[in-house]
Design a protein around this ligand. Structure first.
Ligand code: ATP
Length: 263
């Protein structure tokens, strides 16, 4: 991927970029990575990307649909369908052309999707100095110690944690990351967290958006987004019940779901 970003073309696309924003969109500005099952992609995923880009001054956001997510039951839509839905959702936002991109690698390998592997690949692609920010909702962050080689993630990227309403999760609804980290012990058991990675070493990583540009990886940066109690589960349930989901997913995605009778 070409990491040179042409300021004039960004201005054309974004329309209202300030000089400050243009300055931070240079070749060293951070790249966001939003992995997910996207079964299907919905408005909260898109808002997460939009608001993360603003809050964390990201040059681009890569949407990375998981091939076979290892920690959950198989998605209802095929990998190809989930990839198609992400592509369609992004194509409906022309102002983000060249800013929001789809990374197909996990989908095309047909292997179990491990974020650490994806980050190793992207780190090789972007070089050792470029700040990378793995984006996730607070529900995903709360389960981080279940992820394959999760400690290695901090050497590869920052982690940007978005507030998410607790509607369908057991995540604490306040936006206090300290509490979230403490909740790891009840979510996944105290063992590894307590012995190998003290709470302190995690808490020391918590930083501010401005920290992202000072290092390529290693910080945990909370940021708040417009709360939207939407989930793919909710969309699937509504569709299964023949309820309307317009405006919860993009129209192009809705048409695709209907055409292919996915849910
Ligand atoms: P499902 O209901 O099938 O578990 P989901 O809606 O959580 O799906 P995923 O594709 O698993 O969607 O999520 C991808 C990422 O988007 C995760 O990091 C998740 O935390 C985040 N995310 C999803 N929905 C929201 C939301 N409403 N607010 C904030 N973050 C969200």
């Amino acid at each position: 991927m070409d990491e040179r970003v042409n300021a004039a073309s960004i201005e054309d696309k974004a329309g209202v970029m300030t000089q400050h924003e243009l300055a931070i969109m240079g070749s060293s500005s951070a790249i966001g990575i939003l992995g997910g099952t996207f079964d299907p992609i919905h408005i909260a995923h898109l808002r997460l990307a939009i608001e993360a880009r603003e809050a964390l001054s990201l040059a681009q956001v890569l949407f990375v649909p998981a091939g076979q997510p290892p920690l959950r039951k198989p998605p209802q839509a095929s990998a190809a369908q989930r990839l198609a839905m992400v592509t369609k959702a992004l194509s409906a936002m022309p102002e983000f052309t060249d800013i929001f991109l789809v990374d197909e690698a996990e989908v095309v390998t047909h292997m179990a999707s491990y974020t650490v592997k994806t980050l190793e690949r992207l780190r090789a692609q972007y070089g050792v100095r470029r700040p990378l920010v793995l984006l996730m909702g607070a529900d995903a962050f709360a389960k981080l110690p279940l992820w394959h080689r999760w400690q290695d993630l901090f050497g590869l990227a920052h982690i940007g944690v978005a507030t998410r309403p607790a509607a369908d999760t057991n995540v604490l609804s306040d936006n206090n990351l300290y509490t979230q980290v403490a909740a790891w012990q009840t979510n996944v058991g105290a063992g590894e967290t307590a012995t190998q990675w003290s709470m302190d070493s995690i808490i020391q990583r918590i930083g501010l958006p401005a920290d992202i540009s000072h290092a390529p990886a290693g910080r945990i940066v909370p940021f708040s987004i417009t709360p939207l109690a939407v989930s793919s589960t909710l969309i699937r349930q509504r569709l299964a019940a023949k309820h309307n989901v317009r405006h919860l997913v993009s129209d192009h995605v809705l048409d695709y779901i209907a055409t292919h009778s996915i849910y």
